[in-house]
Ligand binder design. Structure first.
Ligand code: PEP
Ligand code: MN
Length: 582
C-alpha cells in the first residue's frame, strides 16, 4: 500500500524533508504532494485526497504556529505523531554570489522570524517573504541574479542547484520545529497504524476557552496539577471576534486513554466555555544528518594500552581505560574534536566590535577554520587592561558564528555565567587561570555543552586530568584538554609550549587534546612552526589567535596572526601528517 502525504510547499521545503524522514522511519511506501498553503494541507487530508498531512505547530524561536493548531482543530483531523525537527537554515545563493553583495533574501515568513538577527546583519539586503522555502530556492535559481538568495535547508540547495553562502543562520542553534502529522477521521487501517507504532512517549493537545471570571484558568490548571498530569505547553491566544476572551493551547504529557487524563477532562468542564480535544499522539524527533566534513581525514593511529601512573586512581573517568576507543566530542555544526580530522579553531583573542569579529570569522572560515574563538570575559593580569565586551561580546561572537556557519567557543569566568553562556555559545572554555576553580568545574560539568579545559600556568598533567575529572564526575562527558604553555625559567617566549604533553595525554586519557601555540609562545612569528609541530605530535585540534590588524588588538597583540600568516599556517598544516601515524 502506498500512502499519499501532503505538505505545504515544493521540493526542498523543510516540511517535505521532515515528512520524508518520518515516513522512511515508519517504513511505509509513500507519495508526496506539495500544496500551496497550510489550509490546503488540512483540506487535502480532510477531503480524502491525501492520507496524511504535516503542519508546523510550534517553533523554539518564533513560538506557536497558530494556523497549525487551528487547522487541525477546525477540520477535526486526528494527530498521528509530533515530529520535533531540527531546522537547518542556510543562506543559499547562485554559484559566485557572496553574502555581502546581496540585495534580496527570500524566505518563508516563519523562517524570517527564526533568522531575524542574521538577516539584520545583511546590510543593504531586502527581506522578501516567500510562500515556501522550496519556492524561495527555486525562484533564486531561476532568476539567475547573484544578488538574490534564499534561506533553506541543504536539501533545497541540492534540489535547485544553489550553493551555501552561510550556515547556522537561525537566532539560536537549538532551532527545533514541532510538526504534527495527522490523518482524516475515516482513514484506512494502515494509516491509523502510523499513529501507534512507536509506543514511545505520548502527548495530548487541547484547545480550551475559560469562563470570563476570576481564577477560571487557575482552577483549570489546579485540576491538571491535582491529577498529577504534566503540562508540556500552555499558551493563550485571542479568540477571533471576541476581544479579550482567551483561547488556550494546552499540551499534556500522556495519552487520553490514561484514566487520569480522561478524568481531568471531565473535571475541567465546569470551568470552561469550551474544550476541544485535538488528540493524543506519539512524540518522535529527527534531523538531517550533519554535513560531511569538507576536508580529508588525517588518520590517527590507535593508542596502545601501557600502564597508567598510580595517580590515575584519582581520575578514573578521565583515564584511557574508561573509553579505550577515545572520546569524540561533537561541538556543533557537524564538527567533531577527537576524530580523525585535525580541527583548526581560530579567531580574535577578544571580541572588540561587530566588524572585527565578523571580518575575522569570514577570513578564518574561508581559509579552513572550523570553529570560531573569541573572548568576551577576559581574565587579564592587570585590572586596567581591556576586560572584554561581556555579554555584548558573546552576542557578537554568536552572530559571527551564525553568519559563517561555524560553532563558537568562548571563555566562561564564573559560576554565575555558566548557564547563560551554555545557551549562547557552542563550547565553554575554562581559562588557564581557572583550571583549578573547582566550583566552576562542577558548574560546567552540569550543563549540556562541551568544555575546553586549558592547562593551568603551572599545573602538572596529573592536575589537569584531575581537573577534567571534576567535570566528568558531574555527568558532562564532553571535555577537551588544551595545552597552552606553562611557566618555566625561560623568558624568551611568553610560556613554554609543552609539546611532550600531547603523547603523554593521548596515552593516559581518552579525552581529545588540543594545542594553543598562540598563548604557548606569545610571539606571532613563532606560532607557525609550533602549529606544524602540534599536528605532527598528534594534537586533535589547534587553536590560534587571528586579528584583522594585529598592532591594534586590544589584548594579546604580539601574538595575533594576520590573515596572511594564518593562510600560511593552514597551508603548512595541509601538507604534513600527524606524528601518531608516522
Ligand atoms: C584565551 O584563550 O583567550 C586565554 C585567555 O587563554 P589562557 O586561559 O590559556 O591564558
Ligand atoms: Mn589571548
Amino acid at each position: 500500500m502506498t500512502i499519499t502525504a501532503a505538505y505545504q510547499g515544493v521540493e526542498g521545503a523543510h516540511s517535505e524533508v521532515a515528512l520524508t524522514a518520518w515516513l522512511k522511519t515508519a517504513g511505509v511506501a509513500h507519495e508526496l504532494v506539495g500544496v500551496p498553503t497550510f489550509r490546503h494541507v488540512a483540506t487535502a487530508v480532510a477531503g480524502g485526497k491525501a492520507d496524511v498531512g504535516l503542519l508546523p505547530i510550534d517553533n523554539a524561536i518564533a513560538g506557536t504556529v497558530r494556523d497549525g493548531y487551528d487547522l487541525v482543530a477546525q477540520y477535526e483531523l486526528v494527530p498521528l505523531t509530533e515530529l520535533a525537527w531540527r531546522m537547518d537554515h542556510r543562506l543559499l545563493g547562485l554559484p559566485g554570489a557572496s553574502a555581502s553583495a546581496l540585495r534580496e533574501v527570500l524566505a518563508h515568513p516563519l523562517v524570517i522570524e527564526e533568522c531575524g538577527r542574521f538577516l539584520g546583519t545583511l546590510a543593504g539586503a531586502r527581506v522578501v517573504p516567500s510562500i515556501d522555502t522550496g519556492v524561495a530556492a527555486r525562484e533564486v535559481a531561476a532568476g539567475a541574479d547573484p544578488s538574490r538568495a534564499a534561506i533553506g535547508p541543504p536539501e533545497a540547495a541540492a534540489r535547485h542547484g544553489l550553493i551555501e553562502l552561510a550556515a547556522n543562520v537561525a537566532d539560536h542553534p537549538d532551532n527545533v520545529t514541532r510538526f504534527l502529522a495527522f490523518r482524516g477521521r475515516d482513514a484506512r487501517d494502515e494509516v491509523r497504524a502510523l499513529g501507534d507504532r512507536l509506543g514511545a512517549s505520548r502527548k495530548t493537545s487541547l484547545l480550551l476557552t475559560t469562563r470570563h471570571e476570576r481564577g477560571a484558568l487557575a482552577r483549570c490548571l489546579g485540576v491538571l496539577a491535582e491529577s498529577g498530569i504534566n503540562l508540556a505547553k500552555l499558551e493563550s491566544r485571542p479568540v477571533l471576534g471576541r476581544p479579550w476572551d482567551h483561547l488556550f493551547y494546552i499540551d499534556l504529557e500522556g495519552d487520553v486513554s490514561d484514566p487520569r487524563i480522561a478524568a481531568a477532562l471531565e473535571q475541567l468542564q465546569p470551568h470552561v466555555t469550551s474544550v476541544q480535544l485535538l488528540g493524543s499522539y506519539d512524540v518522535t524527533s529527527g534531523s538531517a544528518p550533519p554535513p560531511a566534513a569538507p576536508r580529508p581525514a588525517a588518520a590517527a593511529a590507535p593508542v596502545a594500552a601501557p600502564a597508567l601512573p598510580a595517580s590515575a586512581k584519582g581520575w578514573p573517568k578521565a583515564a584511557r581505560p574508561a573509553r579505550p576507543e577515545g572520546t569524540r566530542v561533537p561541538v556543533g555544526g557537524g564538527v567533531v574534536i577527537g576524530g580523525d580530522e585535525l580541527v583548526v579553531i581560530a579567531g580574535p583573542c577578544s571580541v572588540e566590535s561587530r566588524e572585527q569579529v565578523l571580518d575575522t570569522a569570514r577570513a578564518v572560515r574561508d581559509r579552513g577554520a572550523r570553529l570560531l574563538r573569541g573572548g568576551a570575559f577576559k581574565p587579564r593580569t592587570n585590572p586596567y587592561s581591556f576586560q572584554g565586551l561581556g555579554w555584548d561580546g558573546v552576542a557578537l561572537l554568536a552572530e559571527a558564528g551564525r553568519a559563517t556557519g561555524m560553532p563558537v567557543v568562548s571563555e566562561v569566568m564564573s559560576v554565575d555565567q555558566v548557564e547563560r553562556m551554555a545557551r549562547e555559545v557552542d563550547v565553554l572554555q575554562i581559562g588557564a587561570r581557572n583550571m583549578q576553580n573547582f566550583d566552576l568545574l562542577k558548574a560546567v560539568g552540569k550543563v549540556d555543552r562541551p568544555v575546553m579545559l586549558k592547562r593551568g600556568l603551572s599545573a602538572s598533567l596529573d592536575e589537569l586530568l584531575a581537573a577534567a575529572e571534576y567535570i566528568l564526575a558531574e555527568g558532562n562527558p564532553h571535555v577537551i584538554l588544551c595545552e597552552r604553555g606553562i611557566r618555566t625559567f625561560e623568558t624568551a617566549t611568553r610560556n613554554t609550549l609543552d609539546l611532550s604533553a600531547i603523547p603523554v595525554l593521548r596515552e593516559r586519557t581518552h579525552l581529545p587534546v588540543i594545542v594553543d601555540p598562540s598563548h604557548g609562545v606569545g610571539i606571532a612569528r613563532w606560532i607557525r612552526p609550533l602549529a606544524r609541530a602540534a599536528k605532527a605530535v598528534g594534537a586533535h585540534a589547534i587553536m590560534v589567535e587571528v586579528h584583522p590588524n594585529p598592532p591594534e588588538a586590544k589584548s594579546d597583540a604580539e601574538q595575533a596572526l594576520t590573515y596572511d600568516e594564518f593562510s600560511r599556517i593552514m597551508d603548512d598544516l595541509s601538507r604534513i601528517g600527524t606524528g601518531v601515524d608516522a
